[in-house]
Design a protein. Structure first.
Length: 71
């Protein structure tokens, strides 16, 4: 589990953030940092090892990412 205290992610965008090159913050671009591929790569790696990644709201106010890896 990873939680943050940022602005969070709107529940309607939970699956959108896994699409390559997606930026929810329209003020960000390649020039201001980030390519928008980190979560897409993570989702692909999870699929490869039959793990699951999910997003919810953190008790800190931001996003919470849970990773479930089969043993």
């Amino acid at each position: 589990m990873v939680s943050d205290d940022g602005q969070g992610i709107d529940p309607k965008d939970y699956q959108t953030v896994f699409i390559p090159f997606t930026r929810l913050d329209k003020s960000r671009s390649r020039k201001t940092g980030g390519l928008g591929v980190g979560l897409a790569i993570t989702k692909g790696a999870c699929k490869k090892i039959k793990a699951e990644i999910s997003i919810s709201q953190s008790h800190l106010g931001g996003a919470r990412f849970d990773l479930r890896i089969p043993l």
